[in-house]
Design a protein around this ligand. Sequence first.
Ligand SMILES: Nc1nc2c(ncn2[C@@H]2O[C@H](COP(=O)(O)OP(=O)(O)OP(=O)(O)O)[C@@H](O)[C@H]2O)c(=O)[nH]1
Length: 627
Amino acid sequence: MPATPTNVPEPSRTDPALIRNFCIIAHIDHGKSTLADRMLQLTGVVEQRQMRAQYLDRMDIERERGITIKSQAVRLPWALTEDQASPEPVTHVLNMIDTPGHVDFTYEVSRSLAACEGCILLVDAAQGIEAQTLANLYLAMEHDLTIIPVLNKIDLPAAQPEKYAAELAHLIGCDVSDVLKVSAKTGEGVDELLDTVVRLVPPPVGVKDSPARAMIFDSVYDAYRGVVTYVKVVDGTLNKRERIRMMSTGAAHELLEIGTNSPEMTSSDGLSVGEVGYLITGVKDVRQSKVGDTITQFTKGAEEPLGGYKDPKPMVFSGLYPLDGSDYPVLREALDKLQLNDAALVYEPETSAALGFGFRVGFLGLLHLEVIRERLEREFNLDLIATAPNVIYRVDMEDGAVHTVTNPSEFPAGKVDKVHEPVVRATILAPSEFIGAIMELCQNRRGVLLGMDYLSEDRVEIRYTLPLAEVVFDFFDQLKSKTRGYASLDYEPTGEQASDLVKVDILLHGDKVDAFSAITHKDKAYAYGVRLVAKLRELIPRQSFEVPIQAAIGSRVIARETVRAIRKDVLAKCYGGDISRKRKLLEKQKEGKKRMKMVGSVEVPQEAFIAVLSSDDGGGGDAKGKK
Ligand SMILES: Nc1nc2c(ncn2[C@@H]2O[C@H](COP(=O)(O)OP(=O)(O)OP(=O)(O)O)[C@@H](O)[C@H]2O)c(=O)[nH]1
């Protein structure tokens, strides 16, 4: 029987003993959104007739278009099932906090978890534990959260609840009988799950009568209301109309609105100890309301911030250039706009001899890069050339100077002592039959095996240290193809290592093309040069003169190909008078031209810049492409 939310306490007056803050962590597609839907329905915050699939996700799309805001935290009233029959059931307040699912946003996930006291670890009963299940579980453990293991999709004919319950129990060290079994689709077991959240997740602890301290765990930009900031109040109370201070910057703002989501925004007088909700201050840029920062009162505020604040650090860089140079101001404006909602996006203008005016843009990871690029192209109608993504290198010179390199073409000339590159700790989960293939791939990518564990008879967890540069290209695609789609991957940065790295330049007609420069390991430089030069020879059309294509390390040429002269005369085969056919061919040639970029005196098609992005393992796989 669904609970009807009666006697729900005001957010500014809720007894912390009745609050439960929790999140759902799961591997992608294991059913997090569907379970959230069921909870919205069972707790009565969304009525049956309003319910549609993935209620919260719908808001996500709207937010992207700037209409509404996704609920980063939803307040759900719930009375224990056995209480529901009594005349005055005790209503608990469950705050369900959303966590971004992807590896690029680990810091945000970690802040969301820091706002909770417990979590539901959701695993698909037909698939078992996957890499993101583990990555999130480890984060939850770091934050000392109470973990409720749950198997989802038990309605599926392919579900193996007994097998995976044992796997899950083994992983977190609990009893098999503690693993709950639900179907987010049919709703089976979801009310028991809500009861379990009330019973097992500890209430938040904080000091009521002290200056307020609230942690920001998310911050989103809304076209109409400005920045909406999601917080958990740890100590004290934040009241509407109060002046507040961001502790990392000291900036002061007025609290124009404060409230909770259930699931639409509902304003209140304030938020007190243990409560989770949103606030609006009128700031226009998420960088003024940063994830991880602590908010307190402006006067007589707290002195010590809550721990854990750090600025987002870009890990991957790429040059973004408009195909049509006159679009440069549009690109600048578009980046400015996107930055309003993305504190992790950094960029600065850059000029390339080959590509003209553009920006060097820093991203948290490859997914972040893809999302931004797609939004620029889709929402701002831009045609872009993106240079191959690269990581940050730290270069120590023999004379003691230290350079930070975010663009390979700026790799310093002169006597280099050491080059450092970032490394990650990667966790791969897969059926054990693929161990050999996975190890071969990781070894090829300069990986160092850290360890391997069997999760069950036929599933393994393999841990490697890998240079980030080897992961950012196409590692995941390769992993998927070598394991028929069965492997899952997660990684986290773990520092840097000194490596034998060199810069490989590409010369077209004797001119260095900065957009093609790459930093690679010395042992791979030759294969890289040969492969790229061969690829470019295929892609660059014949010109009216001969074009040598060379790869070089410093002044030493390591590979060379030549594009022979003669411009292709598309009309050569059109004898006689079929004028419409001639026109068609000429138009086609013109179309093709549009997508060309003049690099020095050579016309280079756009695909050539993309070709640099795909790599073949071992360097020798190019024959595939030639067939
Ligand atoms: N049969 C069955 N299907 C389910 C159940 N729960 C979720 N699904 C389906 O599984 C798919 C993924 O569910 P989502 O809720 O989108 O999963 P998610 O974890 O939120 O996925 P992401 O948001 O992409 O990370 C959808 O097609 C759901 O309809 C369940 O209990 N039974």
